[in-house]
Design a protein. Structure first.
Length: 86
């Protein structure tokens, strides 16, 4: 089974394919075209990536800030990563 490397983790390729398949179903448009040469993104997928990409960067940054705040809060309460009191 091949794996896809993301920023912080590896995700199994079938899981990524499934997510893209569900997204295409929700949008009602194909996102990729299969051919003998492999898989290529559609015009819609490329256009969407250009429009959505910058917003995802902002969401990712907000989640990192939230994780820092959450970790700091837990540490100030004496909670370990497992959620148990020390």
């Amino acid at each position: 089974m091949s794996r896809v490397k993301t920023d912080a983790r590896e995700i199994a390729q079938p899981a990524v394919s499934g997510q893209f398949r569900r997204l295409a179903q929700q949008l009602g448009v194909p996102l990729f075209v299969r051919s003998r040469q492999g898989v290529r993104p559609t015009v819609c997928a490329n256009d969407s990536a250009c429009r959505i990409g910058p917003h995802l960067d902002h969401v990712r940054a907000a989640l990192v800030r939230l994780l820092i705040v959450f970790t700091s809060f837990r540490a100030s309460r004496g909670l370990s990563d497992g959620g148990c009191l020390r």
